[in-house]
Design a protein around this ligand. Structure first.
Ligand code: KIV
Length: 268
């Protein structure tokens, strides 16, 4: 069982992937991936939304429970969806606690900013491990005006360095850095004791994360910084075409897929 402490002590780069259902989580876990993130990227990846903003606590809780039931070894981190935190402290803590208590997550991830420093400290004090997330935070798409790279000028880069330190001091156990310059991610990683996990943040983070659909080539689009390590979409397309042709051509189901009960013969 991977723990937050294991990640901190890791010498070599570690891996995180998203998963949103039990069969995928079992595959990811069996592959030896260290951390499974039940990301709010489920909004785009599996729920058919245009962004992560509509994703609800119930959706994350249900998906996290499915993933937790399927996983033996990986650390399961549940993403806190838009407006499930930050409006009211007590509600934020209760929502985070629900993801551990009811859904079986080991930790939560929070898209971070100035407003999440105290919250991170409170949750950590209570016993809820928090993974922070800086750089491109997709829940802020409307404020940011899109999904552009972040931390590209000195002021913005300094703010990321400062917020990273503030979240470490508040007790966060790890930090996701999304879509920031590689040299900035390297400098943040150097400055922190807690591990950094990069996505579109270059090779110098302590770990790397990708959205499952991007990593295996399931979606019809993936961001420029993601590498597709497979072509699962083509595999699925060819399986579907074969199934359809076999049914339409009368080859499926064959005798080995059917069962004839002798006793029923005199029914007709
Ligand atoms: O929701 C998600 O999948 C994420 C990762 C991209 C880090 O936040």
């Amino acid at each position: 069982m991977t723990t937050t402490r294991d990640l901190r002590n890791r010498e070599e780069p570690f891996t995180m992937l998203t998963a949103y259902d039990a069969p995928t989580a079992a595959l990811v876990d069996e592959a030896g991936i260290d951390v499974i993130l039940v990301g709010d990227s489920m909004g785009n990846a599996v729920l058919g939304y245009d962004s992560t903003l509509p994703v609800t606590m119930d959706e994350v809780a249900s998906r996290t429970a499915a993933v937790s039931r399927a996983v033996d070894d990986a650390l399961v981190v549940a993403d806190m969806p838009f407006l499930s935190f930050g409006v009211d402290e007590a509600e934020s803590v209760r929502n985070a606690g629900r993801l551990l208590k009811e859904a079986g997550a080991d930790a939560v991830k929070i898209e971070s900013g100035r407003h999440t420093v105290e919250m991170t400290e409170r949750m950590t004090d209570i016993g809820i491990p928090v993974m922070a997330h800086l750089g491109l935070t997709p829940q802020h798409v409307n404020r940011l005006g899109g999904y552009a790279r972040q931390g590209t000028d000195r002021d913005a880069a300094e703010e990321i360095v400062e917020l990273a330190g503030a979240h470490e001091r508040a007790g966060a156990f790890a930090l996701v850095l999304e879509h920031v310059p590689a040299n900035l991610a390297g400098a943040v990683t150097e400055a922190l004791d807690m591990p950094t996990i990069g996505i579109g943040a270059g090779p110098d983070c302590d770990g790397q994360v990708l959205v499952f659909n991007d990593a295996v080539g399931l979606g019809d689009w993936s961001p420029p910084f993601a590498k597709q390590f497979g072509d699962v979409r083509s595999e699925m397309q060819s399986a579907l075409a074969e199934y359809q042709a076999a049914v339409e051509g009368g080859e499926f189901p064959a005798s080995e897929h059917s069962h004839v009960e002798a006793e029923l013969d005199d029914l007709y």
